[in-house]
Design a protein around this ligand. Structure first.
Ligand SMILES: O=P(O)(O)O[C@@H]1C[C@H](O)[C@@H](CO)O1
Length: 311
């Protein structure tokens, strides 16, 4: 079993993932042990996994017939440290469909290696999950977006990934997926269309967009020049998570759907005094999390199941 305290201690001398001794990376058995423990502690057999972003954890509270486990009680599970991320794994039903929900995620900027931030995704796979729904709080760069809007993620730019920081670094585990996974169609098109349909029926079209999410390492928010650069690159929203989870999910054949809640506009001008902060991010996510919850609930209720073309 991975002991993350020992793991972190081993890691402290390694600044590049390239340097991580492969013997200390989690192995298939480590993920399996955590999955087996969970399966023996709940009767739920989830087909949908949900990761709640900053301030978006209330969704987990709406699950029916809940079994919940603080991360600290789950063998092999990492711990969350960020305000707005409760640190509980909640099993339960949405529209009668069995789900497992991470109320709090792990970020690279917390000092976790990427294999640690994505550990739960492979556990989800071994629990029988077919579809992963990722959510996050993000700052907008696109001109038409306002705080409180929702962005259905069409694609992402993974800046840490482009510079060699990938949760898939290290020996490939063929039991999970191929060495060189394609990433050209990661955010499932059918689910995106279904979500847009639901948005129309909910009368929310004015507040919902489809766009490109970029992951940066954080924990600082962007400088004005970085914001200008992201805008020129065609990024619609920027955040500090999601891409590694999506990579690992897609690698092991999960169908992926992603939503960003726009909590702030990224400052793109040297004039003015606007400054983003985490408290404001949490406040906006709390204010608008209800619409996001309704959208996810409808989506889970209407998505096709056991029809995952990735298998
Ligand atoms: O977990 P997510 O990506 O929703 O969290 C965002 C990015 C930072 O962790 C934090 C900044 O306020 O919110």
């Amino acid at each position: 079993m991975v002991d993350w305290v020992v793991f972190d201690d081993l890691m402290k001398d390694y600044t590049m993932l390239d340097d991580i001794p492969v013997t200390s990376l989690p192995r298939h058995d480590d993920y399996q042990r955590t999955a087996d423990w969970l399966l023996s502690h709940t009767k739920q057999r989830p087909l949908v996994g949900i990761i709640c972003g900053s301030g978006l954890g209330l969704l987990a509270d709406t699950l029916k017939a809940q079994d919940s486990f603080p991360y600290a009680e789950i063998p092999g599970f990492p711990q969350s440290t960020v305000q707005g991320h409760a640190g509980r794994l909640v099993f339960g039903e949405l529209k009668g469909r069995s789900c497992v929900c991470m109320q709090g995620r792990f970020h690279m900027y917390e000092g976790h290696s990427l294999c640690k931030t994505t550990f739960p995704v492979r556990v989800f796979k071994l629990l029988g999950v077919e579809t992963l729904i990722v959510t996050n709080a993000a700052g907008s760069l696109a001109d038409g977006y306002q705080p409180g809007d929702i962005m259905i993620i069409k694609d992402h730019i993974n800046f840490p990934g482009l510079s060699g920081l990938s949760p898939l670094n290290g020996p490939n585990d063929d039991k999970f997926g191929p060495r060189f996974p394609a990433m050209s169609n990661v955010y499932d098109k059918d689910l995106r269309c279904l979500a847009m349909d639901i948005v129309k029926q909910m009368g929310l079209s004015q507040f919902v967009h489809e766009g490109v999410y970029a992951m940066v390492g954080g924990p600082n928010f962007e400088t004005v020049s970085e914001a200008k650069l992201l805008h020129r690159l065609g990024v619609d929203a920027v955040g500090m998570s999601t891409a590694p989870e999506v990579l690992v999910a897609s690698h092991c054949g999960l169908r992926v759907f992603g939503l960003s809640l726009i909590t702030n506009k990224v400052v793109r001008s040297y004039d003015g005094q606007d400054q983003v902060n985490h408290e404001a991010v949490l406040e906006v996510s709390k204010m608008r999390s209800h619409s996001l919850q309704l959208l996810i609930t409808q989506l889970v209720g209407r998505m096709d199941m056991n029809n995952n073309t990735h298998f």
